[in-house]
Design a protein around this ligand. Sequence first.
Ligand code: CP
Length: 311
Amino acid sequence: MRHLTSIRELTRESAIALLDNAQELAQVGDREVKKLPALRGKTVVNLFFENSTRTRISFEIAAKRLSADVINVSAESSSVSKGESLKDTAQTLEALGADAIVLRHPMSGAPKILAAQGWTKASIVNAGDGSHEHPTQALLDALTLRQVAASSTDLAGLRVLIVGDILHSRVARSNILLLNLLGANVEICGPEALVPSGIEELGASISHSFDQALERNPDAVMMLRIQKERMDGSYFESPAAYGRDWSLNSERLSKLRLNTKILHPGPMNRGLEISAEAADDSRSLVLRQVANGVAVRMAVLHNCLSSGGES
Ligand code: CP
């Protein structure tokens, strides 16, 4: 593949190949194997129009572990703040030698437009676009689940419950698509106002009671951050009311089976959608998700920059 803008660009086979590759690359960075020369001479630009900790830093580490040069650009510190367009920014970055542009953008579809318009020859990797998709997050979540699942290939039969603010979640959309591709069963659970109509068409059942969903004993519960910054305030009025119905709190944690895994893409609102006790529980895979982000992003960058220009 030359670009990765959506999970829809992957087949089951190509997704499994990326996960296999990431599993192998997870060893790079260990004491004995610090770096691979695979992307020596390539330049990766992290172009972030929204804040990020995990995604930006792990793309940087991933590129460096493959010996690429890395430049980090944030919108506030670039000429974007003077009104420069995405097209002109991308073409400027290409003129400066960018082979890949890792793009986080508030507009849904921005990476796809950049890849499809042919404005730049650089590979485009979506690092999260609006409420649309976050494909590398879904890949790292799948890798994390695969490491604890019965199968070392796909996630066939795994029952994953995704809870909370689905409406604004690019993580949820990419996860529904990828989990389906890998054979998992996905249930989406959230308040009616935060579950968009039609999302079931991506491949998920929908429910509106967290407590009832937990009684169905999912294999994994993925909690989502409530994205107050994308709300106008009309829905989210009371953290206490949200927490009562939608938090993975101590009481709900005590009802989880011993082998049910807890995921959260981060950043977590501790005490809101997830209690500190749940976030730090032995069943929580949150930090393993973060660590797997480096390996998955290495696999994606390597695949995009070694494709010889195929789309
Ligand atoms: N999960 C995620 O995208 O986190 P960041 O916003 O910190 O990159």
